[in-house]
Design a protein around this ligand. Structure first.
Ligand SMILES: [Zn+2]
Length: 86
């Protein structure tokens, strides 16, 4: 999923939080990717509030999707672990 920079029009990415993401684990890194600020190669960090409303609603939908995915992942992990214990 990629978005366009509201300042210069080039593609933006989520900021890299590799060391922090390692500390909080997979779910945390998913949530950080969903809710974190974006980063433009030319302009630096772009807060989500700078994006036009329709893009922000898309980002929100993507974030909710990722959060739901993370929760489903946790549930699947628990089910698998419970099944393995039997
Ligand atoms: Zn830019």
């Amino acid at each position: 999923m990629s978005y366009t920079c509201p300042r210069c029009g080039s593609p933006v990415q989520h900021g890299s939080h590799s060391s922090a993401a390692l500390a909080v684990g997979l779910i945390g890194s998913l949530l950080m990717a969903a809710f974190g600020a974006f980063e433009c190669k030319k302009c630096g960090k772009i807060p989500q509030s700078e994006f036009p409303p329709e893009v922000r609603s898309k980002i929100m939908m993507g974030s909710v999707g990722m959060a739901v995915g993370a929760v489903v992942l946790v549930i699947v992990l628990f089910v698998v672990l419970a099944a393995l214990k039997r």
